[in-house]
Write a protein that binds this ligand. Structure first.
Ligand code: 5AD
Ligand code: SF4
Length: 442
């Protein structure tokens, strides 16, 4: 029998990439490949990459530079790159990084075993980055490393073409997976012990538009929530323009649908929103937030924000701060606008200086910190059901888990409660986390 090989896999970027990485591990696992966290002892080194901002893309190249010596001293090692940078660059990557063996695109994950075998056999560059009309039909259920949570792709790609965004170019057109296939995958995951399912897509609200059987996202949610053993259900990401009343109503219907929605607003200025081609106004967005809170009073809301988009003036930025004050997000991811090649915004004049972008980002993040403190402070004294993920990374004997609102809770626990949902009383809070006491049930 062939000797066991070691895989070092590093993932950059979003949950879509996390999900693909779990699948890669699962796929290669069936080829007698196990994981290592040390690239120096790996036979296969893979980077699953992100190109959403310049910084993310740049990181990939500096990371690849680190592996040059490994390839020199252990030439049998296979080095590969997948994900959005691979999709964007294709064969060009071999020119930039000569010690690279393998480039696989965002639609080609399931071809990886074949591609690796080809490199082993022929010791040549192997590249596959073509898009397929439909997402890969293969079902390869893979829980996340903690074994109790899993991501399930429901729709790939994006047709929205927001003017700043590279995703439609590197992930292709929207393609929904048939509901039966999704349900089948969820059932297998639950049998493996998974308790929390997160349905994934760049814009999950578009789910089903390209299918002919009348299925849409609210219907899919009801079907998945109905699979026995799905204790918690989440989904991400939602485009505000497509957040329908019916989807909002589902929060009133399904008790196992978690009390959290990630709803990227990007800007609070109607002018900037129209430059971004987002197709909603600040008022339209706020109306949806109000409806959501009527349906689920405890819903945690998180968002993405971009500062310094071309044409964003001081007054536009103020409108973003006003919207934040209005909503009071539980958490926000905020970014300085970064030009992405080939996008519509790349042709616009990048009118905001780096200095201004930095300043605006700092003001925005300080405000978010205030809001995080307020929102998390409101949890103190409450008892939350917490899914225990395990010991916290700090190694201080504390355990960590998440509330239904996706808030991290740190508390004193023990190994027996790992992967259980236990009541935790919140006794303290910061802008980013909660601290609690596990309530022993007698
Ligand atoms: N510059 C800055 N931020 C961006 N995002 C997407 N594209 C860009 C860009 N060119 C942000 C958006 C999106 C999140 C995933 O990344 O806020 O919601
Ligand atoms: Fe990018 Fe807009 Fe599609 Fe989100 S909805 S992936 S921001 S183009």
């Amino acid at each position: 029998m062939e000797r066991e090989k070691k895989l070092y896999l590093k993932t950059f970027g979003c949950q879509m990439n996390d999900a693909d990485s779990s699948k890669i591990k699962n796929l290669l696992g069936s080829m007698n490949v196990s994981s290592t966290s040390n690239p120096k002892e790996a036979d296969i080194i893979l980077l699953n990459t992100c190109s959403i901002r310049w910084k993310a893309e740049h990181k990939v190249y500096s990371e690849l530079g680190r592996f040059k010596n490994i390839k020199k001293t252990r030439p049998h090692v296979i080095i590969g790159v997948g994900g959005c940078v691979a999709q964007q660059e294709g064969e060009e990557m071999f020119k930039k990084v000569p010690h690279l063996d393998l480039v696989f695109g965002t639609s080609n994950v399931n071809r990886l075993p074949e591609m690796i075998k080809k490199v082993e056999r022929e010791r040549c560059h192997v590249e596959e980055t073509e898009f397929f009309d439909r997402p890969e039909p293969l079902v390869y259920p893979a829980p996340e490393e903690d074994g109790m949570r899993a991501y399930v792709n429901v729709i790939r790609g994006c047709d929205n073409f927001c003017t700043y965004c590279i995703v439609p170019y590197v992930r292709g057109r929207e393609a929904s997976r048939p509901a039966e296939e999704i349900i089948e995958e969820v059932k297998i995951l639950v049998e493996q012990g998974v308790k929390e399912i997160t349905l994934l897509g760049q814009n999950v609200n578009s789910y089903g538009r390209d299918l002919s059987d009348g299925i849409d996202f609210p219907k899919l949610l009801r079907q998945v929530a109905g699979v026995g053993g799905v204790v918690r259900l989440r989904f991400t990401t939602s485009h505000p323009k497509d957040l329908s009343d019916e989807l909002i109503a589902v929060f009133g219907e399904l008790p196992n649908l978690c009390s959290h929605l990630h709803l990227p607003v990007q800007s609070g200025s109607d002018k900037v929103l129209s430059f971004m081609r987002r197709d909603y106004t600040a008022k339209g967005y706020l109306d949806k937030v109000e409806k959501l809170r009527k349906m689920r009073s405890d819903i945690a809301l998180t968002t993405d924000l971009i500062v310094g988009f071309p044409g964003e003036e001081d007054d536009d930025f103020k409108k973003t701060l006003e919207l934040m004050n209005e909503v009071q997000y539980d958490a926000a991811f905020s970014f300085k606008y970064s030009v992405r090649p080939g996008t519509a915004a790349a042709k616009m004049k990048d009118s905001v200086t780096e200095e201004e972008k930095k300043e605006r980002l700092k003001i925005l993040q300080d405000l978010q910190m205030e809001h995080g403190n307020i929102k998390n402070g409101q949890e103190v004294g409450k008892v939350h059901p917490v899914l225990v993920e395990g010991e916290s990374k700090k190694g201080d004997g504390m355990f960590m888990g998440r509330t239904s609102g996706n808030k991290v809770v740190n508390f004193k626990g023990s190994e027996e409660i790992k992967s259980m949902i236990v009541p935790v009383k919140i006794i303290n809070s910061s802008a980013n986390a909660l601290f609690g006491e596990y309530q022993l049930i007698h």
